[in-house]
Design a protein around this ligand. Sequence first.
Ligand code: SF4
Length: 382
Amino acid sequence: MEILEKSVKNATDKVIYHFANSQEDIKIIEQVKQKYPVKYTPFLLKLFTKSEAIRKQFLPSVEELTTNGTPTPFEEGKKASKTYGLERLYRDRVLITPHFDCPAYCRFCYKKSRVMRNKPAMTYDEIDLVIAEVSKMDQVRGALITGGEPFLDTDKLFYLLDKLSELDNISEIRIGTRTLLTMPQIYTEDLCFKLSTYNQINSDYPEKSKYLAINVHFNHPDELVPEVIKACNSLTSRGITLRNQTVLLKGINDNIETMSHLFQLLIKNNIIPYYMNHCMPVEGSDHLRTSVQKGLDIYQHLCTESSTAIPHYVYAPSGGKVHVGPDTIFNYINVGNTRYIKVKTLYQADEFKKIAKKDLPPMHEVTSDGYIQGLYIDGRDD
Ligand code: SF4
């Protein structure tokens, strides 16, 4: 814990004015900081000197004040459950958020309405309540420990892992983290060994096996520097699966060469390219959002390469993820100056209401055969 506290740094350096070209820009960035705070780690600061692609992900831009986006594009939040830190949006898995904060703030974070707002972490008592509730959910078999950043308090994380591992109904635990990039130094031999002990493959009774995997988040080949690869290898060499979730970002990785290089580099280093996510329409991120079609143009090329390096390409209206295939044709609707994609999701409205215990999100409706249909704000390529 002490190591973590020392390594986390609130941003006050002049580097945050990197994208300011005038005194006027500096004033605007001051306003941006008030609305969407800026935070990064000393390790990221080192990478900033070498990579524009990394700087653009963490340093504020004057463009953040102009936005079409919404504060909570994926409608996640503690309201989805009575129990603080627990959400259930799907039949077979739950989301648990032990920490709402992060050591570094990605400018495009779709959870910025809670990550950047000093929400308290879960207490040990609240973790106990979550465990008691999850133990009674008979259709649930997986738990995604998400954030914020679960590795901000490793004692609490291991307490949660211990408790989840004891549940008969939970066989799959995933942890979502960006610390492999933001603070790779925390992945000591001890930490990685301890994480690996939650992989419990039972060869005599395969139905009783349980496993732990980590969802990592790399967006550009510049991020895969030696310290980062070493940390990843400390996990994969102990049998922990790493799956990468990339966000498609305008001016950062929105071209075939960068994406192709990234996914090949991940594969070479034993990290599975898992998702290529279209950047969500969260407020303040318009300047980083391409059209969904631009991602499809890249994806179609990726599909001509070895299938080991092809992630799922998805975008996510509030009603649930939508997979894009190489043959997808989008159904556009224009409202004023905003272009939306209208799409029927895979999720049934009745089941969603029952499981998530809430009504459909705004701009969503039920189709005649009972599925959720939603509108998704498209990005722009100009
Ligand atoms: S690491 Fe994830 S949760 Fe944290 S700020 Fe970045 S995108 Fe948001």
